[in-house]
Design a protein around this ligand. Structure first.
Ligand SMILES: CC(C)(COP(=O)(O)OP(=O)(O)OC[C@H]1O[C@@H](n2cnc3c(N)ncnc32)[C@H](O)[C@@H]1OP(=O)(O)O)[C@@H](O)C(=O)NCCC(=O)NCCS
Length: 176
């Protein structure tokens, strides 16, 4: 039984006065997810999707906005005053294996909002949620050149392993 996600709504105030809210992604967020990817640098899109698509296709956006509640959780960071239909500043997701014990994360912060602590916040939130959900291991595939993600993973206590299939990526792993 998936946990009640409403309880994972959190408010976050940035030092410049921007008031953000973290909430579960919703089907209505599809267009905002497309906008988010359009506002990412090509390099950031490549780091997240491991390919340089540049844009999010309609079908992919549909898929990302509609989570499979039993095996997947995704949170978005939006402006608090427009939390229902809003620009998305960042998104974090975890998809578990059928047993719900191992979860693969992905995370993305809008290119012009990076370096403010949002990536770390999103990762901490999904780790916290994963613990509550009974996930035992969180893993990710990170491109070797992705210094910011690898440094962030180090800070969060992830360990690194060679990726079995791809020399250009590293598997990061956190035991919860
Ligand atoms: C990786 C990513 C999520 C980090 O988000 P962010 O909001 O910029 O990160 P934060 O501001 O929270 O930084 C957290 C920590 O990450 C590390 N970090 C962030 N940017 C860094 C950079 N350019 N160089 C080195 N370390 C960096 C630092 O350790 C930092 O901690 P500090 O501020 O205490 O020094 C963001 O760069 C991103 O969306 N990249 C594109 C998509 C992607 O690569 N996703 C990951 C693959 S699944």
């Amino acid at each position: 039984m998936p946990p009640r996600l409403k309880s994972h709504e959190r408010d976050l105030d940035l030092s410049d006065g921007l008031k953000l809210r973290l909430r579960p992604v919703r089907p209505e967020d599809k267009e905002s997810l497309i906008d988010l990817v359009e506002r990412m640098s090509p390099e950031d899109v490549r780091m997240r999707f491991h390919e340089s698509t540049g844009t999010l296709s309609d079908s992919m956006a549909e898929r990302l906005a509609n989570v499979d509640q039993h095996h997947e959780t995704a949170f978005v960071l939006v402006e608090r005053d427009h939390a229902d239909k809003a620009e998305i500043f960042g998104v974090v997701r975890v998809i578990t294996d059928p047993k719900g014990e191992k979860g693969e994360y992905s995370v993305m912060v809008r290119s012009d909002m990076q370096g403010l602590g949002l990536g770390k916040y999103l990762m901490e939130q999904i780790i916290d949620h994963g613990r509550g959900r009974g996930i035992k291991d969180i893993v990710g595939e990170v491109t070797r050149a992705n210094v910011s993600m690898l440094t962030l993973c180090d800070e969060l206590g992830f360990t690194r392993r060679k990726s079995p299939n791809d020399l250009a990526t590293v598997e990061v792993h956190l035991r919860l």
